[in-house]
Every structure is written in C-alpha cells, then in structure tokens.
Write a new protein. Structure first.
Length: 251
C-alpha cells in the first residue's frame, strides 16, 4: 500500500522549501500538503482557539489553513486526510532549529503535534544562510522517511533534523545528537519610531552554543547532518528522582 505522507511547515504554503520537500517525498508515497497560508515562523506550538479556521483547497492535494502549523496538523489528521498518515514531515525550514530554537520553532512543533496525534513525524531544517539549496536536505529527508516507514520510531518520539546548507560532497556524514543550548546574545534591538517613541524588536543576535561534542549545534559546526530524537515527555527524570528524595515538601 502506498504510504500517505502529510507535508507541512511554518513558512507558509508557498515557501520553496515545502515544495521541494513535497516533490522529493512523492517518490515514496502519496503526499498531501496542509500548510499555513502565511509565514508562521516562531509560532511555536500555538493552537488557534479564539476564532474559526478556514481551509482552502488549492488543488492537487494542497491545502492552506489561515492558522498555525499546529492548526494545520490538527485539521489534516482530524478532517482533511482520508486516514491517519504513515508519516508527517515538516519543513524544509530555511534556517536552523538547534538547541533552544526547538522551543520557538513552528517547524518542530508541527512534528510534535503529529507525534501527539500518533503519526511518526520529523522536522527538517536547513542550517545556514541564504542562498538556500534545499535539494540535499530533501534527498536526506526521503532517506530518513524510508527508514522510518520501514523501522518505525520509538514511542512518543520525533526526529529533529538539521542539514548543513552545503553541497553534498561538503557534508561529512550524519550524527545522532542531543538537543544542546543555543542562546542568542543581543537579540533585542532598541530603536525609535518616526515619532521618537522607543520600541524593541526581537530577532537576530549572535548565537552561541554550549560545550559538548554530542550536541545538535556542534554537529552542524563540524559539517555533519544532525538528527536529534526528541521526546514528548519533557520531564527531567533525574531531577524528579533527586527532588523527590531530597526535598521534603508539605502543604
Ligand atoms: Mn520558518
């Protein structure tokens, strides 16, 4: 049976990374695109609950939603698709989703939502700057998709994939990594509007990374593809044991 593959993103239904990813995945399954009608980057895992959502059928198995990536996955699995997809693939994001980025990322959150709804899911991002060349990341996404369709994923687990924005021969290999810390310095710009009123703009800044060869960001810096298995359970289990044993709380 041909697998059904949902392709979504946070950059909007017209984003080039989405089209190239969808086209590549058509080699291994029936692809349906359900994506936001506008750029929703940094939308995180937000769900639209205070207004209705409209779905537009754009033809050829493409749908847009006037909502967030999470809305798209929710509506796709709940209403649009004929049955639960064998795979949800989100991307390809033009820019990395490493370390702390994961918390803000709409790209990753779409894969989180897919996982919550019981479909194996992965998020694919291109680590680098313009000009973006999506083809290498799309080809790797197909390889990974084939492997997931064959082997499945561990329970409640999604893959966060970052591919260096380089030519294939300049990528050294693939590393399984842990989510590192990626903190931005100077990400708040302070400036003035034409009326002299002060305002702030969050974005940009210089990222710096924590130590540790096994992190997602270090793999990218070293020229490797980074594949990070993320778990829906955000519990720090070591801390749970420690606090439970050592803190004697009462109320
Ligand atoms: Mn984006």
């Amino acid at each position: 049976m041909t697998p059904l593959i949902l392709v979504t993103n946070d950059d909007g239904v017209r984003a080039p990374g989405l089209a190239i990813l969808a086209q590549a995945l058509q080699a291994i399954g029936q692809v349906v695109i359900v994506a936001p009608d506008q750029d929703n980057s940094a939308a995180s895992h937000s769900l639209t609950m205070k207004r209705p959502l409209r779905v537009k059928d754009l033809g050829q198995d493409r749908y847009s939603v006037d909502g967030t990536p999470t809305d798209c996955v929710t509506l796709a699995l709940g209403k649009i698709l004929p049955h639960k997809p064998q795979l949800v693939v989100s991307g390809i994001n033009p820019g990395p989703n490493l370390g702390d980025d994961v918390s803000y990322s709409g790209t990753v959150s779409a894969a989180v939502e897919g996982t919550m709804l019981g479909a194996p899911s992965l998020a694919v991002s291109l680590a680098g700057e313009e000009p973006f060349c999506f083809e290498t990341a799309a080809a790797f996404a197909v390889t990974l998709a084939r492997t997931i369709l064959d082997k499945g994923l561990p329970k409640d687990t999604l893959l966060n994939v970052n591919v260096p924005n380089r030519r294939p021969e300049e990528i050294h290999g693939v590393r399984f990594t842990r989510q590192g810390r990626r903190v931005y310095d100077g990400a708040i710009k302070e400036t003035f509007d034409p009326w002299g009123r002060q305002h702030y703009w969050i974005g940009g800044g210089t990222p710096f990374w924590d130590e540790g060869e096994d992190t997602d960001a270090q793999a990218i810096l070293a020229g490797y593809v980074s594949v990070t298995p993320l778990h829906l359970d955000l519990t720090n289990h070591a801390a749970l044991r420690k606090l439970g044993a050592e803190w004697k709380l009462s109320i």
